[in-house]
Design a binder for this molecule. Structure first.
Ligand SMILES: Nc1ncnc2c1ncn2[C@@H]1O[C@H](COP(=O)(O)OP(=O)(O)OP(=O)(O)O)[C@@H](O)[C@H]1O
Ligand SMILES: Nc1nc2c(ncn2[C@@H]2O[C@H](COP(=O)(O)O)[C@@H](O)[C@H]2O)c(=O)[nH]1
Length: 213
């Protein structure tokens, strides 16, 4: 995170990156945050993972075949992409860059590999890592969600160690034990970051000019 950013520097939106081991509650927190902060745009990723029951094309993901995804990588459409739990996932550059240029804040829900790529190309991004309160609770949540096979759950639990090992690369860490507390923490981070961005200064431009006159 670039803490030197002056409020007068640019009108670009802020890019928020949220990562977590599978099952920690990242999507639940992000969805609840977006209800409270509807001005933030959630980036919809491309993936080769098959849809879970109830998931819709274009709402949860752009579900594509692996050969199509590989063609998209070759075409250079992705801001970042990674193989996660045996499937390919990627964020398309176009939508994210257009929204940021329009001054909109954008949130990416991606894994640590993608977050690392984003930090390189967008060093002003703000990254948040969500931790579960314990391994036992992480497993309970993955099983309780009821969306994945036993094999997929075992793989995700195994991979959670590697994801958690990268938590220190993030600007903020939130423990998702009590959901409302974690949601409050996430919203506080977002609000604090937005407060120091261009928009609050623009909102109060007339008053500042009057006070300085
Ligand atoms: N604080 C919490 N306490 C108890 N259960 C929770 C909490 N947060 C989320 N959950 C539940 O845990 C399960 C996993 O949550 P969610 O799907 O949001 O995880 P995720 O991190 O987005 O996983 P993935 O990366 O696999 O998509 C869901 O059933 C959700 O309702
Ligand atoms: N690097 C990226 N990771 C992504 C992207 N979209 C989602 N993800 C991450 O994949 C896992 C699994 O997600 P699931 O929906 O199958 O449970 C999780 O960590 C997501 O954050 C992406 O565009 N790029």
């Amino acid at each position: 995170m670039n803490t030197d950013a002056s409020p007068l520097q640019s009108a670009e939106g802020t890019l928020f990156v949220v990562a977590a081991p599978s099952g920690a509650g990242k999507s639940s927190l992000v969805n609840a945050l977006l209800e409270r902060e509807p001005a933030i745009s959630l980036s919809i990723s491309h993936t080769t993972r098959p849809p879970r029951p109830g998931e819709q094309y274009g709402r949860h993901y752009y579900f594509v075949e692996r050969n199509e995804f590989e063609r998209e990588i070759a075409e250079g459409i992705f801001l970042e992409h990674a193989e996660v739990h045996g499937n390919l996932y990627g964020t398309s550059s176009n939508t994210v860059n257009t929204l940021l240029e329009q001054g909109r804040d954008v949130l990416l829900e991606i894994d640590w590999q993608g977050a690392r790529q984003i930090r390189k190309s967008k060093p002003d991004c703000v990254s948040v890592f969500i931790l579960p309160p314990s391994r036992a609770e992480l497993e309970r949540r993955l099983r309780g969600r009821g969306s994945d096979s036993a094999e997929v759950i075992a793989r995700r639990l195994h991979n959670s160690r590697e994801e958690i090992a990268h938590a220190h690369e993030f600007d903020y860490i939130i423990v998702n034990d009590d959901f409302d507390v974690a949601l409050g923490d996430l919203q506080s981070i977002v609000r604090a970051v937005r407060q120091r961005s261009t928009l609050p200064w623009q909102r109060h431009e007339a008053l500042i000019a009057e006070l300085l006159a």
